[in-house]
Design a protein around this ligand. Structure first.
Ligand code: HEM
Length: 460
């Protein structure tokens, strides 16, 4: 709706929960949206919670929130540093392997639930505590505790309205967050009591002098993005910014698999690329696949995978069409003759650019060949045509690790499994799937073919 309105050339303004939301159109408006310092992305997201505070409260809490967010950004930068990522590769592949081994050998699965599980596991490994990532049952327990999957499905504007009700989703989340705080405190205490140091993100933060009250929000921001009740939003606002990114990694990985299935020429190219990487860095065929993949160095995963880069970029172009949000925390601004007042919200749907036929001919067609020239990606970002990883003041901090998560998942999955897209009754679908953009949680394909039938290959 927003994309259509915006493509019509008008600058629509509408009301949500009593707040005014403007959809900017045109180049000048896009520049303002992504580059202005007085349009705040965290405050923008609060429109989704139905509990956006008054602008006076925002400004009062702003210094403290900015301080917390600055710490969050610093820690994320350090934790995603290349030296650390390089060391993480074997552990991430081991986690993926453990996870995939727990799947059925020959059955129908919900691919979205499975890939959320994988991304959750890898995120725990790379940005949380070893205690959570080392053991599948602990990991599942954490997911269960926080109603990780369910709360995501249950999150809705209705829930925001009924947040006060005992037994409401919001109240359950409140309890879960309290329990989680307890678990985290225990872990830190136990490490202290045992004089034990671990090589993980928690330890890194502890070594920097961070306290539990710094680490807890960090963990929530990074991982349990979908579980926050609205009462913590003003404190934990990046939860709502980031929630979609953990899910985005899972969604993109799924769509890569589905598109590869319907485009055999690209499937072959990806397999050839992986084979040549393994051939160069780990030719020992006697080793299990996850061990071989783990021996491919970070530079090669990042710099010698042009086919996978093109496949991921094209998939993000098509599936990452959700809007970004901002709130005007400065003075009134004018957009195409329309006044955006202080405190009002703005929403920019990425589809305006990414599904625009002037930018991408036949925009609905999945065609990684568009990205044959690796320079095109940065060129299109600089021109504001490709917004899938953000631009301007708030580019994605996790692009690098998200791409690795997706490449690792796809590599091990297509090596280990044969698969086909099926519906609930097992009927196979061969057509190119189309994302249902109204399904903002899982972005399932339109129609009934939501499932994958997976069959473990005998030699893996
Ligand atoms: C396929 C997966 C992902 C996609 C498509 C994606 C996309 C994006 C986009 C479009 C933005 C800008 C939003 C805006 O302008 O309001 C963004 C920002 C951000 N992303 Fe990602 N992201 C992904 C994964 C991740 C992961 C795994 C992390 C965590 C490590 C992450 C961390 C962030 C952060 C911290 C920001 C906000 C930066 C800021 O406010 O300055 N992203 N991402």
């Amino acid at each position: 709706m927003a994309t259509k309105a915006s493509l019509s050339g008008k600058t629509p303004k509408f009301s949500v929960f009593g707040h005014t939301v403007v959809i900017p159109t045109g180049e000048q408006a896009r520049k303002l949206f992504f580059f202005s310092r007085t349009l705040d992305n965290g405050e923008g997201f609060q429109i989704l919670t139905g509990h956006a505070p008054r602008i006076e409260e925002v400004m009062e809490n702003r210094p403290a929130n900015q301080k917390r967010f600055a710490l969050f950004i610093r820690r994320t930068h350090s934790l995603l540093h290349r030296d650390r990522l390089e060391k993480l590769i074997p552990e991430l592949f081991s986690d993926l392997n453990t996870h995939m081994n727990s799947w059925p050998k020959n059955d129908q699965v919900d691919p979205f639930a499975n890939s959320f599980g994988l991304m959750f596991h890898m995120t725990m490994r790379s940005q949380c505590a070893r205690e959570f990532a080392d053991d599948l049952s602990t990991l599942h327990g954490m997911g269960e505790l926080l109603r990780f999957w369910n709360s995501e499905q249950e999150f809705s504007f209705n829930n925001a309205f009924t947040s006060w009700a005992p037994g409401s989703v919001v109240q359950k989340r409140k309890k879960a967050i309290g329990d989680l705080y307890g678990i985290l405190t225990d872990i830190i205490k136990k490490r202290g009591d045992e004089g034990r140091c671990e090589n993980d993100a928690f330890q890194f933060m502890l070594d920097q002098g961070d306290t539990i009250d710094d680490i807890f929000p960090y963990m929530l921001w990074i991982v349990f993005i979908g579980t926050a009740p609205s009462w913590v939003v003003s404190y934990f606002w990046p939860l709502f910014v980031l929630r979609k990114f953990i899910f985005s990694s899972a969604i993109v990985a799924n769509w890569v698999l589905m598109f590869l299935k319907t485009h055999p020429e690209w499937d072959t190219k990806v397999r050839n690329e992986l084979q040549s990487l393994c051939g160069e860095h780990c030719p020992d065929l006697a080793l299990p696949a996850h061990v071989r993949f783990a021996q491919i160095p970070l530079d090669a995963w990042e710099g010698s995978t042009p086919v996978m880069e093109a496949v991921i970029t094209e998939t993000v172009r098509i599936v990452s069409t959700e809007p970004a949000f901002r709130r005007n925390i400065g003075g009134d601004v004018e957009l195409n003759g329309l006044k955006v007042e202080r405190g009002e919200f703005l929403m920019y749907p990425f589809g305006i650019e990414q599904m625009n036929k002037d930018n991408y001919p036949n925009p609905s067609t999945w065609n990684p060949a568009r990205w044959a020239d690796p320079a095109k990606f940065e060129h299109d970002r600089s021109q504001g045509k490709f917004l899938g990883w953000g631009i301007g003041m708030h580019p994605c901090l996790g692009m690098r690790i998200a791409k690795l998560y997706i490449k690792f998942t796809v590599a091990l999955f297509i090596h280990n499994f044969e698969y086909s897209r099926v519906d609930r009754s097992g009927k196979v679908y061969h057509d190119v799937p189309v994302p249902n953009l109204s399904d903002t949680h899982c972005l399932l394909p339109k129609g009934k073919g939501h499932f994958l039938h997976i069959k473990r290959k005998s030699e893996s």
